[in-house]
Design a binder for this molecule. Structure first.
Ligand SMILES: *Cc1c(COP(=O)(O)O)cnc(C)c1O
Length: 370
């Protein structure tokens, strides 16, 4: 029998507490913990995750876009929220909801000053983002004079933090590069501190930076994937516990005679007698095409069952010839014992993509056995 009756994403708050405390134990007590809850809390539910983390002591939250910050405020989150990649078109809303922007270019800085001034703000908190090696969004060191010039024109905003982002903190072979990033951030921060005349919060580290680079902890660290129980990329960190478990049930079992085809475009043709299970989860739930045709697998009664044929919009079919199972039995797509990282890797992607693709159609169920 199955504990689930349909496709659900289980969110385990005890595991979230465990991971938060684990990451916290890796930094000095005076280092603030910023919890990254972008992309619906890496595919789970940002409000559920943030409310729990607020309760157990997160100092800051970060999201990618303004709309995500608004969702958190509307669910009652009071903790400061950093918006990592805001677009100027949303600055008015950003201020209305008391979100803190990461400012990454002169265009963005100038527009933000103009918006804050128009809305009569005084010392509105902002973070200034610098490139030190990821070079995705951010100012360069030689922008410092222009940044300061612009800051000196206004009292509408106040720099509360300086940040940068590590490009390869999970990759031991890039240690030299990462140390260069850390040193370059220190140099930039010192120049900024000198010109500002005070020391804002410095933050550069993501989850694997927390684990691998104590030198990069500074005043705050940004915990992302680690909070959700997955090590970076395909590496699964045994000290972390998966927060999200994606489960479903067997809707129907078919017995295919040799020669029978299965699914759209007849992508699977049984070469021998094949027992198949149809499962109510498909593209529209976040299972992409690449899991089809024996790339992806699910786990039924602790045994792997590979996806056969093409993934459909609402269903997948798996080969259960070798598994003693029946309709209504539980199907694990990933959970504590069958990691999303492994399922994803097998299909040529990474756990982030699998997790963040899970669509709103999949019911979220909170398990709270704290
Ligand atoms: C997503 C993100 C993080 C979190 O990264 P993890 O590797 O998931 O810990 C931190 N900082 C920035 C700027 C990000 O975009």
């Amino acid at each position: 029998m199955s504990s689930v009756k349909e496709t659900v994403l289980q969110i385990n708050l005890a595991h979230l507490t465990h991971n938060f405390n684990y990451l916290k134990s890796k930094v000095n007590p005076n280092v603030k913990i910023l919890a990254v809850v972008k992309a619906s809390g890496y595919g789970s539910d940002a409000s559920v995750i943030a409310k729990h983390l607020e309760k157990i002591g997160a100092d800051y939250f970060a999201v990618a876009y303004v709309s995500e910050g608004i969702t958190l405020r509307e669910s009652g989150i009071k903790t400061p929220i950093l918006v990592l990649h805001p677009q100027p078109v949303n600055f008015q809303k950003l201020i209305e909801y008391q979100l803190e922007p990461s400012l990454y270019s002169l265009r963005v800085l100038k527009t933000f000053i103009a918006t804050a001034t128009a809305l009569d703000q005084k010392e509105y908190p902002v973070h200034i983002k610098f490139n030190t090696g990821l070079n995705r969004i951010g100012f360069w060191e030689n922008d410092i004079d222009h940044i300061i010039e612009n800051l000196n024109t206004t009292e509408a905003i106040k720099v509360v933090a300086l940040l940068s982002h590590l490009a390869a903190s999970e990759d031991a072979s890039e240690r030299d590069f990462t140390m260069q990033q850390i040193n370059s951030f220190k140099k930039i921060a010192n120049r900024m501190i000198d010109k500002l005349g005070y020391t804002p919060i410095l933050h550069q580290s993501n989850t694997s930076g927390i684990l691998n680079y104590p030198e990069a902890h500074f005043g705050m660290v940004r915990a992302g994937i680690g909070l959700y129980g997955y090590g970076n990329d395909t590496k699964y960190d045994a000290a972390l516990k998966p927060v999200a478990g994606l489960k479903s049930v067997i809707s129907q079992i078919h017995k295919l005679e040799p020669g029978a085809s299965l699914g759209y475009n007849r992508a699977f043709i049984a070469s021998e007698f094949t027992k198949t299970a149809t499962i109510p989860i498909g593209h529209a739930d976040g299972i992409s095409r690449q899991y089809g045709n024996k790339k992806g697998f699910v786990t039924i009664h602790n045994k792997k069952a590979y996806v056969i044929g093409n993934v459909c919009m609402d269903m997948i079919m798996v080969d259960v010839t070798h598994i003693d199972c029946k309709e209504g039995d539980e199907v694990v797509i990933f959970d504590a014992d069958s990691s999303a990282a492994i399922v994803a890797e097998n299909s040529g992607t990474i756990s982030y993509e699998l997790l963040t693709a899970i669509s709103p159609r999949v019911k979220r169920i909170v398990i709270d056995d704290n």
